[in-house]
Design a protein around this ligand. Structure first.
Ligand code: NAP
Length: 598
């Protein structure tokens, strides 16, 4: 058992341990340690979940083109329709709606944010989520339902990828080309291709030589594993399976693989910190008692608690909000735990206490001592996305499960039929990569196409000295273009649906402002962008020291150029303040910050 440090010496020892563990994991090649996948190739580009769509190329003119039919696209469509902007089209790579929930179908894939505030539009449509944390299939079904309700079937080009996007100043339109030869001339374009849509693979020597079955969690092959999202993967009963990665996807699928695989190797690089989830079936009486407007109140309540704007009551009441509450009242919690201020800051004390509780839980739940030790995470809690799940640690008590702890290094190699670590080969039939996604990739790579703005300038050139936007949404020189769902220069939100809803409404208001004033478009004034950049600087809550001491990951750019990492790029005053910024801007500055064109 470990405890929160009470003396300076204890604190020094614990921090030393954290830094040693970080150093084991640091890789000089930074982001270069991953392999890109080919999104145009069959393995990652083809849609295995829907029959191929045959259609002729089209030529169309529309008011708005939405790129992406995930939650961003659906919420934009909903906002446009509510705003009576009906002339729009969606281009979507997959054969259905849902974005990340379309592709991610691995066993027990779920959203860890409660479904009541995560699943879009369930309040307006009276659709009751079955549980607090629902499976991917239920989120996907809700996306399909929204598509059908809004009549988006006829407005969506499925299994279609955008291949080019060029602003035509004379016509005051975007000219969009697709991989099916379509040409769409759109007045406005909204990009919602998602911050994590490109799977990545570890660059382990020899992975291309492996002769067994191999796939990424976001392209689960049920024809090989058998079973479905609930588990029961009968095809693996006589198989030796290795799973690489213990992040948010890895920890969800590990218990299901352990139940089914003949022999199961969990390849761990950095141990996950997994707290309990306590999922619950939705109580129908409670659901029926909700009053109109409940979604806004509940989602804002969650958002407020998450950023320390404590509203004094907790509607979601789960382990997320309990966690935020601990940090919000850190001083009181630290004092109650007898922590001396001269030894530890209150938030450090809360962080150590949470991590200690997790390490102690591992001791209680994992029978084999060496395995328990290897599973213990040694870093600050917010160095990674918090994870909530039931039964994760107990999985390692199963006789068919072996933890391959690579101590921050990752595997040394993969051969034709085995994984290799520390000179030891483990023969396997199947390797599954739970190795995550390229995170918040630059926009010129996100969708696999480059954007050319005024005078044919590429977006990557335009931003070669750094990204410049207004609210992370608009950039001068790229008229009538909106980029939603990104974190950079916008706000991070644990519940992505909240921010997407705000941004979708905002985009619609800007479109209506232009169309309503008889203009053919807008560009943002550079001065407005500079004011936003200044506000980002003033609002910066980045703790570079904290991030550089963190275990490497996507939040701190793998430990290299920490300040350029995702955690440093958002609006520091939090998601509610960001939403207020948008609202205030529409009321007071939209007229002056936008230059109307044509
Ligand atoms: P991830 O969190 O980036 O995890 C990737 C895993 O692969 C990490 O454990 C990483 O180890 C490991 N890895 C990478 N290279 C390796 C190597 N060479 N050898 C061994 N292991 C290696 O990716 P993810 O689990 O797919 O999750 C990505 C994001 O998707 C999450 O952060 C979350 O935002 C989202 N997600 C959300 C939910 C939800 O419930 N809302 C569910 C799933 C995913 P290191 O830790 O050492 O880097």
């Amino acid at each position: 058992m470990t405890d929160v440090p009470r003396t300076s010496e204890e604190l020094h020892l614990l921090k030393q341990k954290y830094l040693e563990e970080r150093d084991k994991r640091l890789r000089p090649e930074g982001l270069g340690q991953y392999r890109e996948v080919d999104l145009a190739g069959a393995e990652y580009g083809d849609d295995p979940y829907a029959p191929p769509i045959e259609r002729a190329a089209i030529e169309r003119e529309v008011d708005v083109l939405m790129i992406g039919g995930g939650h961003a696209g659906l919420l934009v469509a909903d906002a446009l329709i509510k705003g009576r902007v009906d002339d729009f089209l969606i281009v979507e790579k997959a054969g259905g709606f849902g974005g990340t929930w379309y592709w991610n179908r691995y066993p027990d894939c779920r959203c860890d944010i409660e479904a009541y505030i995560y699943m879009p539009l369930v309040d307006e449509d009276g659709v009751m989520p079955s549980q607090k944390y629902v499976r991917s299939s239920e989120i996907r079904a809700n996306a399909a339902r929204i598509g059908a309700k809004l009549g988006l079937g006829d407005k969506t080009l499925f299994q279609t990828g955008v291949s080019s996007a060029r602003w035509d100043e004379a016509a005051m339109r975007w000219v969009i080309g697709t991989d099916r030869g379509d040409t769409i001339r759109a007045r406005f374009v909204c990009l919602g291709s998602g911050p994590m849509s490109r799977p990545k693979l570890p660059d382990i020597a020899g992975i291309e030589r492996f002769k067994g079955r191999t796939f990424h969690t976001s392209r689960w092959d049920y024809s090989y594993t058998g079973g479905d999202e609930t588990g029961n993967l009968t095809g693996l009963a006589d198989k030796r399976v290795a799973l690489i990665g213990t992040g948010a996807s890895g920890v969800q699928v590990i218990p299901r693989l352990a139940e089914s695989a003949g022999h199961f190797y969990v390849v761990q690089r950095t141990p996950a910190a997994v707290d309990d989830r306590y999922n619950q079936v939705t109580q129908v009486d409670w659901w029926n008692s909700l009053k109109p407007g409940w979604w806004e109140e509940r989602a804002a309540n969650f958002a407020g608690i998450s950023v320390g704007e404590a509203p004094g009551f907790d509607l979601v009441a789960d382990n997320w909000t309990a966690l935020f509450a601990k940090f919000n009242s850190a001083a009181a919690a630290a004092a109650a735990a007898g922590v001396r201020k001269e030894v530890l800051s209150s938030s450090e004390a809360v962080d150590f206490a949470i991590m200690n509780a997790i390490r102690n839980k591992i001791d209680e739940r994992v029978q084999d001592r060496a395995t328990a030790e290897a599973l213990k995470p040694w870093y600050n809690y917010f160095c990674k996305r918090p994870l909530f799940l039931d039964g994760y640690y107990e999985t390692f008590n199963r006789p068919n499960v072996k933890l391959v702890d690579t101590q921050g290094r990752g595997l040394d190699a993969v051969t034709e039929n085995a994984i290799v670590f520390d000179g030891k080969e483990h023969e396997v039939d199947c390797i599954i990569y739970a190795s995550g996604f390229e995170v918040a990739v630059p926009l010129d790579r996100a969708g696999g196409f480059e954007l050319f703005g005024r005078d044919g300038v590429r977006l990557s050139e335009h931003w070669q000295d750094g990204m410049v936007t207004l609210h992370g949404l608009f950039t001068d020189g790229f008229p009538n273009l909106c980029m939603i769902g990104g974190v950079r220069q916008a706000s991070f939100s644990w519940n992505v649906s909240y921010i997407l809803k705000r941004q979708a409404e905002h985009f619609t208001r800007v479109v209506k402002h232009c169309l309503g004033s008889g203009s053919r478009g807008f560009t943002v004034r550079q001065q407005a962008e500079q004011e936003w950049l200044a506000e980002l600087d003033r609002a910066s809550a980045v703790d570079i020291m904290f991030l550089s001491e963190c275990t490497p990951g996507y939040l701190n750019n793998e430990g290299s150029d920490v300040a350029g990492g995702l955690a440093s790029q958002g609006y520091g005053r939090g998601v509610l303040a960001y939403a207020r910024q948008l609202e205030e801007w529409r009321e007071k500055a939209m007229g002056s910050d936008l230059e109307l064109l044509g």
